[in-house]
Design a protein. Sequence first.
Length: 171
Amino acid sequence: MLTFAHFTAQAYPKLHQHAQRLLRHEAVQPYSAHDLLHDAYLRLATAAPRLNDNAHGHCLYASTMRRLLIDRARQTKRLRHGGHLRRVPLPTDEQAKHHAPNAAARLATEMLAALERVHAGQAQVLRLCQLEGYKQAEVAAALSVSKATVKRWKRTGQAVCAAYLRADGLA
């Protein structure tokens, strides 16, 4: 029987070379060969395995180093894909009714949809000027129309929206 400590001291150079060979195949180097070998030692030392011969010791170290690399890759993938975040269930239909968007946003969306059915240009100008915060000159350049047209479409669009609000009894 071979003791674990004696085998490690005797085979350290070969184990270090094996760790370097394992890491050569990794795209991203999660460990240095030195760190990989020492982490494997720490895992194995807590179990203090009895070794039958040198080949048994090399196999134990090799499988432990592979497991360490696999665990690190899984952890990295988990973090990259949001595994560290807390999962929140989607609300049911009943819960969604209580958490509906506020009335002003819903009303603005309805008004712009109604205006778009009447005049798409006016709706687009109101959306860009009022909601997105663009200046009239920027909107005119984006829509390839004159600044006067943007000014007129904005004024008439606002009048249509005011009429929409009056019809609903909100203005």
